[in-house]
Structures are given as C-alpha cells and as structure tokens.
Design a binder for this molecule. Sequence first.
Ligand code: GYE
Length: 337
Amino acid sequence: MIDRRGFLTAGAAVSAAGILAACAKKNPAKSSSSSDKTGGGSKQITLGFSQVGSESGWRAANTQSVKEAAKAAGINLKFSDAQQKQENQISAIRSYIAQKVDVISFSPVVVTGWDTVLKEAKAAGIPVILTDRSVETSDPSLYVTLVGSDFEIEGERAAHMLEKVLAGHTGPVKIAQLEGTTGAAPAIERAKGFAKIMKASHPEWSIIASQTGDFTRAGGKQVMAAFLQAHSDIDVLFSHNDDMAIGAIQSIQAAGKTPGKDIKIVSVDGVHDGFVAMSKGQINGIVECNPLLGPQLMDAVKTVHAGKGSTLPRWIKTQETDYTADQAAAALPSRKY
Ligand code: GYE
C-alpha cells in the first residue's frame, strides 16, 4: 500500500505508472518534451487553483506569484477567482474534480464548511494542498499540507510592533481594530495573537472598537469613519491588513486628524502602497505577510504528484520581517510586491 495520506491506492499508482509507460512507448518525442517542462520526467501536471478573490494588494501579488510559478514549473494551471464567496470556491473545486485535475489547491476564504467538498476530492483520488489560509476539519487526511504564514504569530508581532511605536508613551492606550473577513483564518488568528500579548503584558491597552472591514480599502474607510464618529479618543489603529489601513487613513484625515501622529497605525502585509503610506509617516509599523507563495506551492504540488506527499511537513511556513516607518523609504525600492 502506498502511503499518500490515503489519496492513492497501490492499484491506482500501478495503473498510472502503466499508462505513463505506454505513453512513453507510443510517443517518445512527446514524452521527452513534456518531461523537459515538468522537470520531473512525467506528463505535465494539471493544477486546479481556487483563489479567494481580488480584495487586496496582497491578493494581487499572491495571484501573480501563483501564475508565474506555475508557468516556470511547467505546470498547467486552471485558475478561478471566487470573489470572496465560499460557494464559488466550492463550485470551483467541484469543477476541478469533474475535470480530473491532478492536484487541487485553494486559499479558503473562511475556516469552516469544507469537509463535504474535501471528502469528494479525496474520494476522487485528487490530493488537496491548502495555500495561504487554513481550514478547520476533524479529518486531517483531507488535505496534504498548508503553504502559508503563521497568522497568530503575525498578531503577536503586531503587538510587539506597537510596543516599539509607543516607546516612551505612558498611560492608557485606546485601540481600534479593523478585522479581516469574518471567519477567515488571518482575521481570527491575528486578533488572537495580538490579544494574547496585550493580555500578558499590557494592562494599559484596551480595544475600544473592533469590526470587520473585509480586508478591503472601502471596508477600512467606512468602518474607520464609524469608529471615529463613536469614539473621539482613539490612540491606535491595529488593522489586519494594509489596504484597510489605507482606507482608514482617508477617514482619519476627513475627521481632521493626522494618521501616524494623532492616531498611530500598525498593520499587516507590507504591500507596496502600505510601504508608500509608511514612508509618509501615515502608517507607523508593518508586520510583513509574504504573498509570494507560488514557488513553494509548485514544489509541494510536484512532490504530492510524485506520490511523496507524506514526506512534506503539515505546514510549510514562509519567511517574514517587520518594518518601522523609519525603515520604509530605504526598503521601498527593493520591495517585490
Ligand atoms: O493579509 C489580506 C488578504 O489571507 C494572508 O488576505 C491573507 C490576507 C491578507 O486579503 O490582505
């Protein structure tokens, strides 16, 4: 029995090998050109990828990275944008199952509600790799690995960033929080990590307002305007991404306050426009969340397709850094997204 986390039986592996051998005999020229493409000596891999949407600069960079990395790896990519709707992702995954793609990958918009469709993929023998965001499932065999960031650690890093930003400040600190999409892993875990450090070390900090801005600029702008109406005493904005912070900056200015001074801002991502706002002093610190997951994802796809999924770690994490406003201008030209 081949251990591919239950995705492939020995019989299926043997018959797949048989088909490949037959193809190679029938058409050696074709087989060698496709082996050049994949670099793996087998037929071209088809990957069905369901993206969350196009809600942010992070997402745009992530989409580009996935497309470019698939091309570079010689992987045939079927791509669909779910416009932040879980039902669209579920239909995309079902359509990839019907098309019999080799591997399915998706960035789940929210954490819950995936078991049924993941079981369908498993029953069809198609391995699933999660990217960017995680799911909650009672059956760990429903996906092979997750390629993405540790969002709880990002929340902790955001709290430590705020400690730096507030250095020298004494007295109570009133914080407004712009949350990401409700039910999404980065929204849940960034809030959790931040709250953990706050609870452990900062009795003087309090979150006086917290609401979702859905990771979009328009959402950040609208929710921050409402926060400012309800609270005249906000000292800090913790935004779960740069785009919402950029939207919020407009509302802070419209309320006659100076972003970065009257209201200190810490956000997550590190996209180009976030760095521009930080170099103007409007954002005080950014916790980087790397969207360039394409190359690691394609490596994982090849490994899984080669039947070696069980050799992969359950979570393939990404490398990230933190930036304060004084580092922004110097870092901007070398930013890749
Ligand atoms: O921080 C945000 C995007 O899931 C890490 O989604 C991603 C988040 C990212 O919309 O900008």
